[in-house]
Design a protein around this ligand. Structure first.
Ligand code: KG4
Ligand code: ZN
Length: 349
């Protein structure tokens, strides 16, 4: 069995089949020589009914989706199984039951085709999604990773050398969007809907900013502030939400974006780094994208935001991260187990 060794098969081209199943998207991709040939995602709609991701439902849906999604990714890429050089998969962090499905599939596929196996950290992959397309950031760069489960500022020195220099103490930025949206009666996930509504609103309702030392974040206060604000307003005017929905959404979005960018600016000034990247599902937010660009121009940064399909969870980013691990000969054995938490892999699992 191939394990932690330099690549044995000398493929003229390196073709990675990659699998992502950390939350509620089942995804497979084919990446050849660092270029994405296909990136297929089966999004699980069932969770909308529950207003959030239900782990058991997610695991079952991954089981049902994984084989068709992998078949589709290979077909779209026009790649046969015999052309694959290695299988990369998300080892963690994420929902354990979901990760087990992708991990087991990747192991079984690698074993049956005698291929090396590459474990990938989901958060590092979000950062490396920037290498799927040009323009690519130059090392060292800072990456603000903002998703439904994480909010981090990462100092990226190289493909394999990343340090989290700031992160949330409680909720993630995506959770702040989703939970505030729930209070407003919006569907799950509420981030994209708040973004859409905010476009026609004004941020005229101020929500208090949390005081968090250094490069830390806190987002748990926002939903509570929104809840109490709406309760007080509705007591005076029962139609307050429907009459002011766009302005409320613009205010929530403005608060979250302001918190994120203040800490990002602090990190950039502290480190002296001007290559600044954005990653994760919340980087799809139009207010955040526009504000980052404006701040970047003011601060003299070069800013990078991946294409939308590489912002939310996808296997292409796993394949890109896997490709650079392949070049380093960084493989794992069949005894590898998924982990629910941690940034850099087994040592923090
Ligand atoms: O990275 P991702 O797809 O999955 C996780 O790893 O969590 O991020 C999902 C999060 C959700 O909280 C969703 O509401 C948020 O990204 N999101 C947005 C937008 N699109 C997705 N939040 C604000 N504005 C958007 N346009
Ligand atoms: Zn993610």
């Amino acid at each position: 069995m191939r394990q932690n060794s330099a690549p044995i098969a000398q493929h003229t081209r390196v073709t990675i089949l990659s699998i992502e199943s950390s939350c509620d998207d089942t995804s497979a991709a084919v990446v050849r020589d660092g270029i994405v040939l296909s990136n297929c995602v089966a999004t699980q709609e069932a969770h909308r009914l529950y207003g959030g991701v239900v782990p058991e439902v997610a695991s079952r849906a991954h089981q049902a989706n994984i084989i068709p999604v992998v078949d589709l990714a290979l077909k779209k890429a026009g790649v046969g199984k015999q052309e694959i050089s290695a299988v990369a998969f998300t080892r963690g962090p994420g929902l354990l039951g979901s990760l087990v499905v992708g991990t087991s599939f990747a192991k079984a596929f690698a074993l049956s085709h005698d291929l090396p196996l590459i474990e990938v950290n989901h958060l590092q992959a979000h950062v490396l999604a920037h290498f799927a397309d040009a323009p690519k950031p130059a090392f060292p760069f800072l990456c603000l990773t903002v998703s439904g489960g994480h909010t981090q500022i990462v100092l990226v020195r190289d493909f394999a050398d990343m340090t989290v220099i700031g992160e949330t103490l409680d909720d993630a930025a995506g959770e702040a969007f989703d939970k505030s949206g729930k209070v407003l009666g919006l569907g799950y996930p509420a981030g994209p809907e708040i973004d859409r509504l905010a476009r026609s609103g004004q941020p005229r309702f101020p929500f208090p900013e949390p005081v968090v030392p250094e490069l830390g974040f806190s987002f748990s206060g926002i939903k509570t502030a929104v809840l109490y604000f709406l309760r007080d307003q509705m007591a005076q005017n029962p139609k307050f939400i429907e009459e002011n929905l766009s302005d409320i959404c613009a205010s929530i979005q403005h608060s979250i974006v302001t918190i994120l960018l203040k800490k990002l600016r602090k990190a950039a000034r502290q480190t002296g780094i001007r290559e600044i990247a954005l990653a994760g599902g919340v980087s799809a937010n139009s207010g955040l994208r526009a504000a980052l660009q404006a701040l970047g121009e003011k601060e003299g940064w070069k800013t990078y935001i991946p294409a939308f399909e590489y912002c939310t969870d996808n296997a292409a980013m796993i394949g890109i991260a896997g490709y650079y691990k392949y070049l380093r000969g960084d493989f794992c054995g069949q005894d590898v187990a998924p982990y629910a938490r941690g940034f850099s892999g087994a040592s923090e699992s």
